[in-house]
Design a protein around this ligand. Structure first.
Ligand SMILES: Cc1cc2nc3c(=O)[nH]c(=O)nc-3n(C[C@H](O)[C@H](O)[C@H](O)COP(=O)(O)OP(=O)(O)OC[C@H]3O[C@@H](n4cnc5c(N)ncnc54)[C@H](O)[C@@H]3O)c2cc1C
Length: 263
């Protein structure tokens, strides 16, 4: 299937973050969205994740995402008919020192504010839930009854199905080589399978984000390179883009039948 040449948004990276971004854009009504993955979906760090869903959190915003996720995974299974391997087995954290206990009470405060269920357990209650636990010397524990784990690869595939069902397109084995802003403010994304122009680009390339950042060449020649200097790869990428632009300009002139002004 030939790749689209235009989309409202292009998401780069087919890990759980990229596919989830695609799914949620499509769910918001943006059906003209595309995901580009250089290999196969989940071939990055998503493949290695244990998939634990720790609701223990010091951050209100991350806590909100966790709470949303626990509810959403069940909805997604019902919507797509795909099992994401979600097991709610609860999560218990043991405290042996006063400092650890203080930390847990901070978690408890965040959970309470967010409305996330949390139990404070005595050593005896820990033993009732987990008879094999050695409770001597423990001060107690906190428990999130809704906690558990998912299968990250299965979750990603379910998100992909949900996104495709809403009109999104996913192109696997398609590597992004460069991103350049066009005169009209959109983004030209160059891949090894052709170009695609989009109003918005989402980089969800995980550990490769720095490389994607490096190959982003802003219109007007300002390069958004991370680090102290430009990498060889970024310079090569820009040179390749310039050569491509020159070739296209020459082809356009030749097609119009006008003499080329290039030396
Ligand atoms: C051993 C391990 C255990 C973990 N356990 C947990 C856990 O229990 N719970 C938890 O929440 N998190 C866990 N994590 C973290 C979790 O795996 C990551 O936070 C998550 O997978 C990141 O997803 P991502 O989509 O951002 O990145 P990735 O899964 O790495 O996806 C990035 C994708 O971008 C693609 N890509 C890169 N460059 C390009 C390009 N130029 N063009 C096109 N595509 C490109 C890659 O091929 C890749 O598929 C764990 C991680 C590891 C390594």
């Amino acid at each position: 299937m030939a790749m689209k040449t235009e989309a409202r948004a292009v998401v780069i990276g087919g890990g759980v973050v990229g596919v989830s971004s695609l799914y949620h854009l499509a769910r918001k009504g943006w059906s003209d969205v595309v995901l580009l993955e250089r290999k196969e979906l989940t071939s990055g760090s998503t493949w290695h994740a244990a998939g634990l869903l720790p609701l223990f959190n010091m951050s209100y915003s991350v806590g909100q995402i966790h709470r949303y996720s626990v509810r959403f995974y069940q909805e997604l299974q019902a919507e797509t008919g795909m099992n994401v391997g979600f097991s709610q087995v609860t999560n218990i954290r043991l405290a042996r020192t006063r400092d650890r206990w203080d930390e847990y009470m901070y978690y408890a405060g965040v959970a309470e504010t967010l409305g996330i269920p949390l139990n404070v357990l005595t050593p005896r209650q820990i033993k009732e839930i987990w008879p094999l636990c050695e409770t001597d010397g423990l001060l107690g524990a906190i428990q999130h009854p809704d906690d558990g784990y998912i299968q990250p690869a299965d979750l990603t595939q379910a998100l992909a199905k949900g996104a495709r069902d809403r009109g999104a397109a996913i192109y696997r084995n398609t590597a992004v080589a460069a991103i350049r802003q066009t005169e009209d403010g959109r983004w030209l994304v160059t891949t090894d399978k052709g170009d695609i122009t989009a109003e918005h680009v989402v980089s969800a390339t995980g550990p490769d984000h720095a490389r994607i950042f490096e190959c982003t060449v802003h219109h007007g020649g300002v390069e958004l390179a991370r680090g102290s200097g430009r990498s060889k790869k970024a310079a090569e990428s820009e040179a390749a883009l310039n050569a491509l632009a020159k070739l296209r300009a020459e082809q356009a002139v030749a097609k119009a039948g006008a003499p080329s002004t290039n030396p």
